[in-house]
Design a protein around this ligand. Structure first.
Ligand code: PAF
Length: 283
């Protein structure tokens, strides 16, 4: 399996593959791969002849330097895991910050028609400018036919669809359902950093989302939100940052329910210093 660290090298390999009319998929990741990532790569392998898996901890999307520093970096293990899926069809692109940012790691400024101001955008300053910058760069370098993103980061997925629409980037964006541990916890690279007691407590997040979904069937968004807030109010280990019921398209919080619209509930919780997010379709 080839591991590329420079854009010129991977670009020229990809030019050759494209000249052979091979379909190219892209799975952008920040590494510390888990089963959720592997599901994305499997889907990409089933729909493309070659799949680029990028592994890059993007500094410009972190608003917290401690989180950036502690983010797990496990390239060797990531490559071994990917080899279990395919040795010939996967190309790993693990660039350096210098390669991606030419020595100047700053974000472009984007207008995502307001999607960027909701939820994660409110709590993580500049996060989506960082994501937009790096994903646009990967699209320019890899020029994939298809690119795969998990619905765990549902807002990110919506923003990437908007990026592609606004910049008319010729790539098909494929959203993939959330992959969960047996206890319901959404898979995330950050889960590896959870201490035992927090790992035990964290499945409450998904259980709460499921009950909130039931409650939203008969109650208002406000009442459902109050109920969720009460579940975390005196929790010893989990600290609720937000729970929001939003229009699944605009991501704006629901004011009055309409049965013509699709809604989704979004949650962010701190388990110690580790921030966990999750979401669920409500109707
Ligand atoms: O979802 C992620 O892991 C990252 O935000 C992404 C899309 C790889 C961009 O750095």
């Amino acid at each position: 399996m080839e591991v590329y660290s420079e854009k010129q090298q991977i670009s020229s390999t990809l030019d050759r593959l494209r000249a052979e009319n091979l379909k190219i998929g892209l799975v952008p990741t920040m590494g510390a791969l888990h089963e959720g990532h592997l599901q994305l790569v499997k889907k990409a392998l089933s729909e493309n002849e070659k799949v680029v898996v990028s592994v890059f901890v993007n500094p410009t999307q972190f608003d917290n330097s401690d989180d950036l520093e502690k983010y797990p970096r496990t390239l060797k293990e990531d490559v071994s895991l990917l080899k279990t899926l395919s040795k010939d069809s996967i190309l790993v692109y693990a660039p350096t910050v210098k390669d991606m940012y030419d020595g100047n790691p700053v974000s472009e400024k984007f207008d995502f028609d307001g999607l960027e101001f909701e939820m994660e955008g409110k709590f993580r300053n500049g996060h989506f400018d960082g994501v937009g910058t790096i994903v646009k760069r990967f699209f320019e370098i890899v020029k994939p036919d298809n690119a795969y993103f998990g619905e765990k980061d549902f807002q990110q997925l919506a923003i990437i669809k908007k990026l592609v629409e606004k910049y008319q980037i010729p790539v098909n964006i494929v959203g993939c359902t959330i992959h969960r541990e047996a206890n319901g916890l959404a898979m995330s690279s950050r889960n590896t950093r959870l201490k035992v007691e927090y790992k035990k407590a964290a499945p409450l997040i998904y259980r709460t989302l499921n009950t909130a979904k039931e409650k939203f069937g008969t109650k208002s968004a406000n009442k459902t939100t109050e109920w969720v807030e009460a579940q975390f109010a005196s929790h010893e280990l989990l600290d609720l940052e937000y729970f929001i019921i939003a229009d699944a398209k605009t991501l704006k919080p629901v004011k009055r329910k309409s049965n013509k619209k699709a809604y989704r509930a979004f949650i962010a919780v701190y388990a110690d210093d580790i921030r966990l997010i999750d979401n669920i379709a409500l109707n």
